[in-house]
Structure formats: structure tokens, C-alpha cells
Design a protein around this ligand. Structure first.
Ligand SMILES: [Zn+2]
Length: 161
């Protein structure tokens, strides 16, 4: 049994409140990623991507709208309101979907470490797309702030994976 979005969204911190510095989120996020990578090597990418995918599917089910256009608007509003980042559709056609994520919560502003690291976000976007299409899709990070590329960008391949 895993926790649901509804369960983990219930916060009761009357004194400390609901906000934390981004740095704290990143400490959990990056130290966990480093450790899992030490343990699992390259399959760590799959772990984070598939975790993001599960979350994306659940979030997508809550945000679902009848048309792709309305749905993506809803997703953009959701990611902005939660300050995950500013999601910008770059290119959408039958073959693929390219979405930029400006001000990515995970990596914007950090040092260039020469690699793309937002595997969770890639999975999240893939899961969001899957909630709409009902089929499994492949995704990869085509740009990342952590690699010095100035933005994070997720490319989703719409062929079946
Ligand atoms: Zn990134």
C-alpha cells in the first residue's frame, strides 16, 4: 500500500506552517538521488522516473479534462500554483510532446554539474501524458539547468513504449 496524494497533502503544522525553503526540498531530493545512484548505478534513473510517473498518473487523473488543450492548461496552472516550475509547451504534434520547465524546483540556479538530473520530473510529465492517452509513453530530459542548458525540458515520445 502506498500513500496517496490525498493522504500526504494533509499537513498540520500550526507553528511552523506549510512552506519550507527550496533548499530543504533539494537536500532531501539530491541526497536521496545520490544515495540511490550509489546503490543502484544507472537503474537509479528508472527508479526516479517511474516514481515520478506514478505521481504524474495520479495527479493527471485529478486534473483530467476532455480535450488535450484544456488538460494541459490545467496542468500548467497546477505546476505554477504549487511552484514546481513554469511548464511551457514548446512543441506538440502526433510524434512527440516537448515541454519546458522554467524555474525548475529541483535544479534552477544550482551549479552546472555537467549532467541532466531531473528524472523524477521526466516521469511526472510522462505520467501526466499517460493519464490522458491511456497508453505508456517514453520520456527523456532533453535539457537541464544542472547541465548548464538554461532550462529543464522534457521530451515525450508518443509512440508506444
Ligand atoms: Zn533539470
Amino acid at each position: 500500500m502506498s500513500e496517496t496524494i490525498d493522504q500526504i497533502s494533509k499537513v498540520h503544522r500550526p507553528v511552523l506552517g506549510e512552506d519550507i525553503p527550496i533548499f530543504v526540498f533539494r537536500a532531501f531530493r539530491h541526497f536521496t538521488a545520490n544515495y540511490v545512484t550509489q546503490m543502484l548505478g544507472r537503474s537509479a534513473t528508472t527508479v526516479f522516473q517511474n516514481a515520478g510517473r506514478d505521481l504524474g498518473r495520479d495527479a493527471g487523473a485529478l486534473l483530467k479534462r476532455p480535450t488535450l488543450d484544456e488538460y494541459l492548461k490545467e496542468v500548467v496552472t497546477f505546476t505554477t500554483n504549487l511552484r514546481i516550475g513554469n511548464l511551457k509547451p514548446v512543441e506538440i504534434n502526433q510524434k512527440h510532446m516537448i515541454l519546458g520547465l522554467e524555474e525548475c524546483i529541483t535544479c534552477v540556479g544550482m551549479d552546472n554539474i555537467g549532467k541532466r538530473i531531473c528524472h523524477f520530473e521526466v516521469g511526472f510529465v510522462a505520467g501526466i501524458v499517460e493519464a490522458f492517452t491511456g497508453t505508456r509513453v517514453r520520456g527523456h530530459e532533453s535539457k537541464c539547468n544542472a547541465a548548464g542548458e538554461g532550462i529543464c525540458e522534457v521530451t515525450i515520445d508518443l509512440g508506444e513504449a
